[in-house]
Ligand binder design. Structure first.
Ligand code: ZN
Length: 512
């Protein structure tokens, strides 16, 4: 990173800080590589040793980052930071490093260890409780998770709401005061749309549930994401069980996918989704390498990029105008007689369902809103863990009109509460959907030809706009700052509902 100061003394301090941060980053990247390997190629016999290796690397990275030397450098550079314009890279680096340093040092290592051990136990219990359909067995674990989540929040005193410090860890700058009305508004406005669509004749999506050989699915997906702008000289794609994106440097940003031969949607849309995450990371300013600025700024903004490529682009009629003939040529026996319109309606079918991860674009946020509301109630002490299944069912009945036959497809379905804190994990999904629409509307306002270009299989204008306005900045701006800079407005539901009403109104031929 370019250091602008003329003072040799300050220059030396910034250089030293960058070197220390670089070493922390190296350790974290090595751990990420071990994680990637574990989720892709590692033989099962490697599991126990891999756990130890990861724990060692993570401990070393944590010790190095929380070293008093970094705190001293940050203190010594504080007056320099105040002379810098807030929009400079250096100011952002010092601000973001300080924020992370506070996050890492306020929580005592003994607490982190207790939490890590508890979460490992809770996960084990959940992994058995879900197939066994047994909520009672997880109750004491969830109660302890809730207790530990509250304790964790208390290491960051001065919050307005106890969930704020937990939300802040993933979506810096967001809080309950902003999110609660947003989710409430989201739910109130989504429910009538979902209801109106539910009253329409069911869309036939049986064309997706046929036999689609694995290799053809993979090849088709690779062709699409190369056109999106994914750079295979700085990344690769492998198979896994739960698809994810990971990064070891700005020159090595990898994606993973999962293929179901009996359903076409899974591989294709998850490939586009993970590619959206990867385009963000590959597009970050190269000078941020090995610093805390070299990653997406928040869960919400990250998810906006995966959703934008998956939904606004990949589930659009324009996109399939260009790609559907190619898909038909790839799968002539399966899709040769299925028209474009039928296929397009199938990939956009709306149907209230029980499982969040299978939900369509429209009902997905209702699943998230339910979890967000329950998390707040638990943290506020208004809801006891043992009352959770009933509260869950009640919200599903009122929001989506469906009821889980048993906890397996209800309150036990998500890993999140058994893999970390209660609070802070879900808001990013809906923020992503909202922001995807807001950013995309802005891109089209700047370049009205984007949809026409997409209909010709051209994505360069959109990609360049995203790179210029979002990707290159990495973590330099907070979510709120970025939204303001890019759209000239704060976070807004208007573009999202314009998008949903336009798209699904046309698909279901109703006024929404
Ligand atoms: Zn994602």
């Amino acid at each position: 990173m370019k250091i602008t100061t003329q003072s040799p003394e300050i220059q030396k301090k910034v250089t030293t800080l960058l070197e220390l941060l670089g070493e922390v980053n190296d350790l974290q990247s090595a751990a990420a590589l071990l994680n990637w390997d574990q989720a892709t190629y590692m033989p099962s016999g490697g599991g126990a040793a891999r756990g130890r290796q990861l724990a060692t690397l993570e401990r070393l990275a944590h010790e190095k980052f929380t070293d008093v030397a970094i705190g001293q450098l940050l203190d010594q550079l504080e007056s320099y930071r105040q002379t810098l314009a807030p929009e400079t890279d250096e100011a952002a680096l010092l601000r973001e490093t300080r924020r992370r340093y506070e996050l890492a040092t306020r929580v005592p290592p003994s607490f982190t260890e207790k939490m890590t051990n508890h979460v490992a136990d809770a996960y084990e219990v959940w992994a058995k409780a879900r197939p066994a359909d047994d909520f009672a067995v997880v109750v004491p674990y969830l109660e302890k998770t809730l207790d530990l989540s509250r304790q964790l929040a208390d290491y960051f005193p001065g919050y307005q709401h106890i969930a704020d410090p937990l939300i802040d860890r993933n979506d810096y700058g967001m809080n309950v005061a902003t999110l609660r009305p947003l989710f409430s508004d989201l739910r109130t406005r989504l429910q009538p749309l979902v209801k109106a669509i539910s009253e329409q004749p069911q869309v036939d999506d049986s064309c997706l549930a046929q036999h689609f050989p694995e290799q053809q699915q993979l090849d088709f997906g690779v062709g699409v994401i190369q056109q999106f702008g994914y750079d295979f000289t700085r990344g690769r794609q492998d198979k896994t069980y739960h698809p994810f994106m990971t990064k070891f440097s700005l020159g090595d940003v990898r994606i993973t996918t999962r293929i179901r031969e009996d359903h076409l949607g899974e591989c294709l849309f998850s490939t586009m989704h993970e590619t959206g995450h990867a385009l963000y990371e590959q597009g970050i300013d190269a000078s941020f390498e090995r610093t805390p600025l070299a990653e997406g700024t928040s869960s919400g903004v990250h998810e906006s990029q995966s959703r934008l490529w998956e939904n606004q682009v990949g589930r659009s009629l324009d996109f399939w105008h260009h790609y559907y003939p190619q898909l038909q040529a790839t799968f002539p026996a399966q899709l040769g007689t299925v028209g474009l319109e039928t296929f397009y309606r199938a990939i956009n079918k709306v149907q209230p369902s029980l499982i969040r991860t299978d939900a369509d674009e429209l009902t997905y946020n209702l699943h998230v809103a339910i979890r967000f509301e329950l998390e707040l109630a638990l943290l506020e002490g208004k809801l006891a863990v043992k009352e959770l299944p009933d509260a869950w069912d009640e919200l599903y009945a009122t929001s989506l009109g469906v009821t889980a036959p048993s906890p397996r497809d209800g309150v036990l379905q998500d890993v999140h509460w058994f893999a970390g804190t209660i609070g802070g994990a879900f808001q990013g999904y809906s923020l992503g959907n909202i922001l995807a629409a807001q950013f995309y509307a802005q891109a089209i306002q700047a370049h009205p030809a984007i949809p026409t270009e997409i209909a010709e299989g051209q994505f360069a204008t959109l990609y360049d706009w995203l790179r210029e306005n979002i990707y290159q900045h990495g973590a330099k701006f907070t979510t709120a700052e970025l939204v303001q800079r890019v759209t000239g407005e704060s976070l807004s539901l208007t573009p999202y509902f314009d998008y949903l009403r336009g798209k699904f109104g046309a698909i279901y031929q109703i006024e929404l």
